[in-house]
Ligand binder design. Structure first.
Ligand code: GSH
Length: 216
């Protein structure tokens, strides 16, 4: 979101087709004013002292809050934004019966399929032995298919993950499926996941940002 007016409330440290997509979707859903700041990871900008001062892990996404603090970790950012903007109803309230389930699946998404996706896209981060990179990619692909099947089995709502309706878990899951090139391979056994993906894909917030994430 470009902004010529007053300073935006949030700054999202961002790169296309990265975990910043879910934060961008959350910011759009809550209608926050924000700017994206590109971190050029292909050229190592995430490893510079400047960026590491903001986010010591050297990873994207990170979010600059109005008080000047920067936080990293996609799940923490999603929770922070959801709690600061409760009227968007993206995260269940602390006393809601669905809250523990929401936390459980949000954390699963951030720690399991997201990390498997890193192995799928960047086997070189796991070993310098290039002869085994293909095996690592195949292993990641089959684990991703199983993880998506687990998620499909856990969907209790329609079209969204929870019976209580749309939430940030839908946005996170949409992002991960979006990153997976062989969607038909997952959708053939995961009808609920297909319905969720298509429902999130049609949301105005998604249509506003998705062209920022095309493969060039
Ligand atoms: N646990 C982190 C993972 C973030 C992550 O792995 N981001 C990738 C981009 S999608 C990254 O910055 N990779 C560069 C690196 O790890 O050096 C989160 O959930 O935000």
């Amino acid at each position: 979101m470009e902004n010529d007016g007053p300073r935006p409330t949030y700054t999202l440290f961002w790169e296309a087709l990265s975990g910043a997509m879910v934060v961008e979707l959350v910011l759009e859903e809550i209608g926050a004013s924000y700017e994206r700041r590109l971190i050029d990871m292909a050229n190592g900008e995430h490893l510079t002292d400047n960026y590491r001062t903001l986010n010591p892990t050297g990873q994207v996404p990170a979010l600059l809050l109005p008080n000047g603090d920067v936080i990293g970790e996609s799940a923490a950012i999603v929770l922070t934004l959801g709690e600061r903007h409760p009227s968007a109803s993206l995260i269940p309230s602390a006393t809601s019966a669905i809250r523990p389930h929401f936390l459980r699946w949000l954390i699963y998404l951030a720690t399991s399929p997201y990390m498997t996706m890193v192995q799928f896209n960047h086997p070189e981060r796991f070993t310098s032995i290039s002869a085994v990179h293909g095996d690592l990619v195949e292993n990641a692909k089959s684990r991703l298919v199983s993880q998506f099947e687990i998620l499909d089995g856990a969907i209790s709502g329609s079209p969204y993950f929870f019976q209580t309706g749309f939430s940030a878990v839908d946005l996170y899951l949409f992002m991960l499926v979006n990153f997976f090139p062989a969607k038909s391979e997952i959708f053939q056994n995961c009808n609920k996941l297909r319905g969720l993906y298509e429902a999130v894909e049609c949301r105005p917030s998604t249509t506003r940002i998705i062209s920022n994430h095309v493969v060039t």
